[in-house]
Ligand binder design. Structure first.
Ligand SMILES: N=NNCCOCCOc1ccc(-c2cn(C[C@@H]3NC[C@@H](O)[C@H]3O)nn2)cc1
Length: 447
């Protein structure tokens, strides 16, 4: 048996996002977001699922926080629905929305749980999208205004802030691959969106500093780890493009004040480039305090001329997969954490890591053994990376509970807690109790 002891100040947590759990989509003064529009559009989401009710956490957050308290976690990563705070995106502030998040944060603090707040987790106010959304630089100013409202209201209570969740999903998955809201399929639009969200990130970080707020601020990219199918230079280059589009495309501007040359040239060949204006790169490169890293699975890639915008084809190597079809190989997390050291030995929180395992309750129990095994393997790699001196400060399991998994709807379940979406009953799974043990002990044992 091996014992993995974690640093005494290591923060264990779970993560969720507003549109995926809150519901109450027309309550409390909330305005519509692009995900309401997208999910209400036939054919966009599995079986017509939407976030109208979701886990109803808008009303049930106290029950959820009690489950978190029993889990023993030190921190809870949640996101704020921009359209609850400013329903039309950049107009009047909605006090009911502010009050809801005060209730949520106060309940967390009363439970001894540190709030870890994501300002933008994909749910852009629809009125801003009607005016071009992230393609329009006006949205940058609207986001900074929203961030200022949040900083002013919550600075004493929230000390950990993330500006954007998974910029690759916001830019490329949502505006080139068209799989997420708003569903564009154009490379130039994707580069416009990616650049403008980075500028908005930079202005928000500068505002956070100028307001001399207590706490830390960063961003949470999802990162890919790809290994080449063969030793050919073409396959190596195809892997590099796949890794860089998730991490370097967003982290080079932040840490190096410039886009990565190789991918910049690749997009230029395709007739597209980020719409950089004077001063943009300098504002993007505001120093940040922490990196949130979301990791799920690695891939084996090879060059293929018809394999999408990167000409990088994922090869199925027959690894065991989770129920969403993602291969399981925890060493990818270790490898990508070392890859990220090129940005310096920065403070990193694993802000998302988890497995899609769709098992439901049998006699009141959910034996999601595969999720427990997945978590154990990945937490072991976190420990291995810490032993190498990588500044890993925390780990948040995705997700606290089953929720609206975007285009997959409620079909794909990532929760430590099972949700019956007919009754909204919560049932802790086997993995919840396993994770509870790790959190309480601050160590993990493996046989
Ligand atoms: N790369 N693929 N291109 C090929 C075409 O794939 C089409 C689909 O692609 C993807 C890629 C990635 C994801 C994804 C989902 N989560 C989980 C969420 N993270 C934030 C939180 O809200 C969780 O719900 N992380 N990543 C989904 C779909």
């Amino acid at each position: 048996m091996t014992i993995f002891q974690f640093p005494k100040d290591f923060m264990w947590g779970t993560a969720t996002a507003a549109y995926q759990i809150e519901g109450a989509y027309q309550e409390g003064g909330r305005g519509l977001s692009i995900w309401d529009t997208f999910a209400h559009t036939p054919g966009k989401v599995f079986d017509g699922h939407n976030g109208n009710i979701a886990c109803d956490s808008y009303h049930r957050y106290e029950e959820d926080i009690l489950l978190m308290k029993e889990l023993g976690i030190q921190t809870y990563r949640f996101s704020v629905a921009w359209s609850r705070i400013i329903p039309d995106g950049d107009g009047e502030v909605n006090q009911e929305g502010i009050d809801f998040y005060h209730r949520l944060v106060d309940c967390l603090l009363d439970a001894g749980i540190v709030p870890f707040c994501t300002l933008y987790h994909w749910d852009l106010p629809q009125t801003l999208q009607d005016d071009g959304g992230w393609e329009n630089r006006r949205t940058i100013d609207a986001f900074v205004k929203y961030a200022e409202v949040m900083f002013r209201e919550f600075s004493g209570k929230i000390k950990f802030w993330l500006t954007f969740n998974e910029p690759w999903c916001i830019a490329f998955l949502s505006n080139l691959e068209g799989k997420h809201a708003p569903g564009n399929q154009d490379l130039q639009i994707a580069l416009n969106v990616g650049h403008h969200l980075l500028v908005a990130h930079g202005h928000s970080v500068k505002l956070f500093r100028d307001m001399q707020l207590e706490g830390q601020i960063g961003i949470a990219p999802n990162v890919a780890w790809a290994v080449p199918y063969s030793k050919s230079p073409e396959d190596r280059a195809a892997c590099d493009r796949n890794i860089e589009v998730y991490a370097d495309w967003f982290l080079d501007p932040i840490y190096k004040c410039s886009y990565p040359d190789s991918l910049y040239e690749w997009f230029l060949q395709a007739g597209a480039q980020p719409p950089v204006q004077d001063g943009d790169m300098e504002i993007i490169a505001q120093p940040i305090d922490l990196l949130g890293i979301n990791y799920y699975h690695p891939s084996v890639n090879r060059y293929h001329p018809e394999a999408g915008y990167l000409q990088s084809e994922e090869v199925d190597m027959g690894l065991f997969k989770t129920d969403i079809g993602w291969p399981i190989d925890a060493t990818g997390l270790y490898d990508v954490l070392h890859y990220l050291q090129k940005y310096g030995n920065v403070d990193i929180y694993i802000t998302e890591n988890g497995a899609c395992v769709n098992d439901g309750p049998v006699d009141g129990m959910v034996n999601d053994t595969l999720r427990t095994q997945y978590l154990q393997q990945h937490i072991a790699q976190v420990h291995r990376a810490i032993n190498d001196g990588i500044q890993l400060k925390g780990y948040m399991a995705w997700s606290l509970m089953d929720n609206f998994e975007w285009a997959e709807g409620y079909k794909m379940r990532f929760g430590l807690i099972h949700v019956d979406f007919r009754t909204l009953e919560r049932t802790p799974k086997e993995s919840y109790y396993w994770y509870q043990n790790v959190v309480r002990n601050n160590w993990m044992e493996t046989r």
